[in-house]
Write a protein that binds this ligand. Structure first.
Ligand SMILES: Cc1cc2nc3c(=O)[nH]c(=O)nc-3n(C[C@H](O)[C@H](O)[C@H](O)COP(=O)(O)OP(=O)(O)OC[C@H]3O[C@@H](n4cnc5c(N)ncnc54)[C@H](O)[C@@H]3O)c2cc1C
Length: 327
């Protein structure tokens, strides 16, 4: 089994930039990501949203940012492993680490950088027996591409931020939007809720989805029920988007003996956790006045890499070196 200098757990924006910086320090690098794709929360929740708070980039979609980060990360050809959740940690007698994934795969590494965000992301599934048949077809939990919804009748179920935002976002391109929510009130930014209420969308509250029907794995009609009057309506649909929340879970990493504060891992100014050789960057790293923004993680990643480099080769420079020196 190849021994890597550093294994980055998590292929979100911070894991990707961290991998690039590892290459700058000539470290053999591996990224392990649970999802089948890179980009973390950006790819999962908001690939088509405009990001406007990264210095030097006035506006960029999430998808384009991740495309560029991936290109940058691949500069030094790190090993990238997808579809694996790291669950086990073992410290070997020589001080190196053996990581185990949920499927039993093993990864040998000198140091670890945790770029796990708050953990692995899973959307809350629609709690109806027939749902599975339509998942991956026209029953969605996230918006991968707006094009899928263009000119279609879209039913959105949910009443939180995501449901309200997607309803507003899809209104100009969809043929019609119906929003179904089990409560009368929506939650989210007042401005967005007003936009939705004043739009052409049909709003059904307090309603829940009660049954699905369709042909050949294509969902074509949704049965909804009014929770007060028990009135039933059948709504003909082209696409259904369910935003019933999501879970984020660090899983067994919580049992590794790391010190936590505010559900995140405590680090010092070197991004060192309480376990020597394990560092953290991005959303999972906790310290005073922490900013949960991509721009913040872009500085934490290189700090963690420099610390990991100094951990492996104590005589090496801990301070960052300008990128122009490396090309
Ligand atoms: C709706 C929304 C909008 C946002 N808008 C902005 C914005 O406009 N600007 C901004 O700066 N920030 C924004 N943020 C915050 C930003 O997305 C996060 O700060 C950023 O994604 C953190 O990156 P990360 O790489 O640390 O973690 P994440 O993006 O969460 O990536 C972590 C990755 O680690 C993987 N992982 C976790 N555990 C394991 C494991 N055990 N094994 C393998 N893989 C694992 C996860 O699957 C995930 O892909 C927004 C967040 C949300 C939810």
């Amino acid at each position: 089994m190849k021994l890597f200098d550093v294994t980055i757990i998590g292929g979100g924006p911070i894991g990707l930039f961290t991998a690039f910086y590892c290459g700058m320090r000539e470290m053999e690098t591996k990224i392990i990501e649970f999802l089948p794709y890179l980009g973390g929360k950006v790819s999962y929740f908001y690939p088509e949203k405009m990001i406007r708070d990264i210095g030097g980039i006035p506006a960029i979609t999430g998808e384009e940012l991740i495309r560029q980060l991936e290109e940058q990360a691949r500069t030094f050809e790190p090993t990238i492993v997808l579809n694996e959740q790291v669950v086990g940690l073992e410290r070997l007698t020589d001080g190196t680490f053996l990581l185990t994934s949920h499927n039993g795969e093993k990864h040998h590494t000198r140091t670890i950088i945790l770029a796990t965000g708050f953990g692995t992301l899973k959307s809350a599934r629609l709690d109806l027996e027939e749902a599975e048949k339509y998942e991956g077809r026209n029953l969605h939990y996230t918006v991968e591409t707006l094009k899928n919804f263009s000119g279609k009748h879209v039913l959105i179920s949910g009443g939180g931020n995501s449901a309200v935002d997607w309803a507003n976002e899809l209104l100009p391109i969809a043929k019609h939007i119906t929003v179904v929510h089990r409560r009368k009130e929506f939650s989210g930014l007042e401005r967005n809720i007003s936009n939705l209420r004043n739009s052409t969308a049909t709003i059904l509250t307090p309603f829940v989805m009660e049954g699905l029907s369709g042909e050949d794995d294509q969902l074509s009609s949704v049965r909804v029920k009014n929770l007060e009057t028990e009135e039933i309506q059948n709504i003909v649909v082209d696409e259904v988007l369910v935003n019933h929340g999501f879970s984020i879970d660090l899983g067994p990493i919580k049992e590794w003996g790391l010190e936590f504060e505010n559900s995140s891992i405590k680090v010092d100014s070197f991004m060192q956790t309480n376990i020597p050789g394990i560092f953290a960057a991005g959303d999972i790293a906790s310290y005073q006045n922490k900013l949960h923004l991509i721009a913040g993680g872009f500085s934490e990643g290189p700090t963690a890499v420099n610390s990991a480099k100094a951990y492996i080769e104590p005589e090496k420079e801990l301070k960052p070196i300008f990128s122009t020196n490396h090309f």
